[in-house]
Design a binder for this molecule. Sequence first.
Ligand code: DGP
Length: 116
Amino acid sequence: MGETIFSKIIRKEIPAQIVFENDDILAFRDINPQAPVHILIIPKTSEIESTRDIDSKKHSQLLGSLFDAANKIAKDLGVSETGFRLILNCGPDAGQEVYHLHMHLFGGRKMNWPPG
Ligand code: DGP
């Protein structure tokens, strides 16, 4: 399924500032950070291009692991108590650019609501 720039990051063919990794998940700093802490948390499998491909029967464990990773990273990077935002962009209107499921973790500054 979908080969993207994130596939190359997973295979370590292009560099990234990795902040967390286990067998199923990789997390690294966004190349174009929108906050002092801006991390992308991705499954290593590329079978899920977007949230619309999520099937709870197949993916619930993986999704749980993504949130576990987000909580650990937020703690490790010192934004767990001050607060952070998790975002999953799905499709063109949401501004999704990379079609490999990814969760953005923003933190380290006060954020506006609603988002633009
Ligand atoms: P989205 O718009 O939700 O699809 O976000 C994709 C994000 O991926 C965007 O914030 C920029 C980031 N990004 C794209 N290419 C690279 C890359 O090669 N390295 C890193 N670290 N981030 C990337």
